[in-house]
Structures are given as C-alpha cells and as structure tokens.
Ligand binder design. Sequence first.
Ligand SMILES: NC(=O)c1ccc[n+]([C@@H]2O[C@H](COP(=O)([O-])OP(=O)(O)OC[C@H]3O[C@@H](n4cnc5c(N)ncnc54)[C@H](O)[C@@H]3O)[C@@H](O)[C@H]2O)c1
Length: 338
Amino acid sequence: MTELPSPAETSAANGGLPVPTVVSQAEVEALVTADVALHVTREALVAQAAGQVSQPDPWHLEIPDRQGEVHIKGAHIHGAAHYAAKLATGFYGNKDQGLPTGSGLSIIADAATGFPVVIALDNGYLTDIRTGAAGAAAADALAREDVGTAAVIGTGVQGVRQMAALLQVRKPSRLLVYGLDRGRAEEFAARMRLLHDWTVEVAGSAEEAVRQADVVVTATPSREALVHGAWLKPGAHVTAVGADMEGKRELALSVLERADVVAADDVAQCLRVGELQYAAAAGIAASLPLVALGDVIAGRTAGRTSAEQITVADLTGIGAEDAAVGSALADALAARRT
Ligand SMILES: NC(=O)c1ccc[n+]([C@@H]2O[C@H](COP(=O)([O-])OP(=O)(O)OC[C@H]3O[C@@H](n4cnc5c(N)ncnc54)[C@H](O)[C@@H]3O)[C@@H](O)[C@H]2O)c1
C-alpha cells in the first residue's frame, strides 16, 4: 500500500505550517466506497434538514460557448472535524473530444484551524458517488419496498451511479433505459446487465420507460421536462438529479402536482435551482406536499404512507454531502497511517 504523509503534516518548506495530503482518484475510490458514501450522505441530509450545517449558497459559473458549467459547493456539518469546498464541472462538448463531461476536485480542511488537510484530485469521483448515495437514500426513504421495474432517463455518469446506488437499497427485477442516443443506451444497458441479475431493455421513449416503472431516475442536463405526471404508475417513486442550476429541468409540473410527497435535499436550494424552481415560478410551491428529505430519513416527517402513493425526490446536490464524503476521506487517510 502506498505510504502517505499524514493529513496536515507540517513542512519546513511551508514555514512549519500544515501541508495538505494530495490524493489521486484511485486512492479516493479505494477509501470512500459506495457503502461509506451512503452512510455519511444520509447523515449529512439528516443534519442539513435539522439546521445543523453551515452551508453557503452554491457558486455557479456558465461558459456557454463551451457548453460548460462550473459549480462550487461546500459546508461544515456542526461538530465535524473537517469542512470542505468542492469544485465540480460539466462541459458537455467534451464528449466530442473523447473526454468525460465532468471533472473536479475537493479541498478538505481542519474545522479547528482552517488549514487544508487533504486535496482530492478525484476528477469528480466524490461528487459522483455522493450524488448516487443521495439517490439511494431517497429511494430507500420513499420508494415502495417491492420495486419490480426501474427506469433510468440519461445514460451518462450519473445514470450509472444512480443505478448502482439504487441496487444498494432495492433489487428490481427489470430495468428500462432511455437515452437520447440509442447506441449509447445499448452500451449502457450492456453495462447494467453486469451489475445485477435483472432484465435490462432499451425503451423507445421516456414515456414507454416511465409508464412501466416503480422507480424512475432522471439524470440528464435537460432544460425541458422529460417526465410527465400522467405517465406515472400508482405507487411510483421519482428521483430527479439532473436539475442543479437555474434553467435545468427534467420533470413537468404535473409530476410534482401528482405527488403525495415531494422531498427536497435542501428545500430552499431546490426552490432556487432544482425542479422546484418551476413550482416557485408558477406560484404553486406552497401548495405542494414539500418536505426535507433528511427529515423523512430521520423519521421526523412522514414519507410514503401507502403503496399507491406517488413520491418525488428533488436532488440538487448539497455542500453538506460534499463535506461528509470529504471528511470520510480525511478520516480514512488518517486511519490508514495509524
Ligand atoms: N444533483 C446533483 O447533486 C448532481 C450531481 C452531479 C451531476 N448532476 C447533474 O446531473 C446531470 C447529468 O450529469 P452526468 O454527470 O451524468 O452527465 P453526463 O454528460 O455523463 O450524462 C448526461 C446524459 O444525459 C443525456 N441527455 C442530455 N440531454 C438529454 C435529454 N434532453 N433527454 C434525455 N437525455 C439527455 C446525455 O445523452 C447523457 O447520456 C447534469 O445536469 C449534472 O449537472 C447533479
């Protein structure tokens, strides 16, 4: 195993001050697994809903001529040993050059002194895994126990992460995949068949997939509604992860209007940049059955109360989740040295 310097090791070259440990994506992947991410992301959602997090608004930069967007998020969960600041990018023209859409890095710092202790050069892995974990936490809190068919709209990085994470909490026997590009959807379906013993089919349309699904996950940068309320089966759960800034949208208002529970990872943030921005603009947000996802996870608020209800999770990605997985990484690095 690679010998690592201690997080916050001091250096004479740095005037005796702490020098952060720089870790690669491979090291981060080994130390912050999907199970670790699910555990700490749940805790972060619960803490956020309880008001136990200091979390500034996300910073968003758009570079339209490169189809680029840059997000900076961060937080301190009260009482935690670390705080974190995280950069995540999505440059949708990258695929034309054979590059991944997303990248990023995290800075994890000591909450007692402020000094950075870890710089994770993880190419966005921590963002990807915590977003998957939030999806799993939402499905676990809100979906029926007996999920037969799942549907995923979007066949990119989050499509993969969300399906892997869903399998942590539910075991569907069938998956329907819809993507803009049929060839990519077929490749995605082949990858999904390796994850679990389920029947995986490529659907001809989002509607065809959604109409049959007990759990629907949308994971695209769409700016138009992809899912409509009339398509939802009784008992369906919908998790939307794609809308994380103004202008992005995956769900029609009719989805929110049909829901018996609409859970937000951060209610205020979702009203600004999530699916709920459209409910706010239409003046119907106050009439929705809106709850904080962390309150449902903690049992402070009721989630689904019958098998026939429709539930929705609006996930914009919160700084508390970034702080939680960052802190887990710093702890794992420290534990590895002892
Ligand atoms: N909520 C969060 O915490 C969070 C975290 C990470 C990413 N995201 C967001 O999730 C979205 C997807 O991210 P990703 O990393 O998977 O990107 P990606 O580029 O890897 O995949 C995007 C997929 O969406 C498909 N797509 C694009 N427009 C579509 C449309 N109109 N209809 C159907 N499919 C469409 C693309 O073909 C591709 O398969 C982005 O909007 C990203 O910003 C949110």
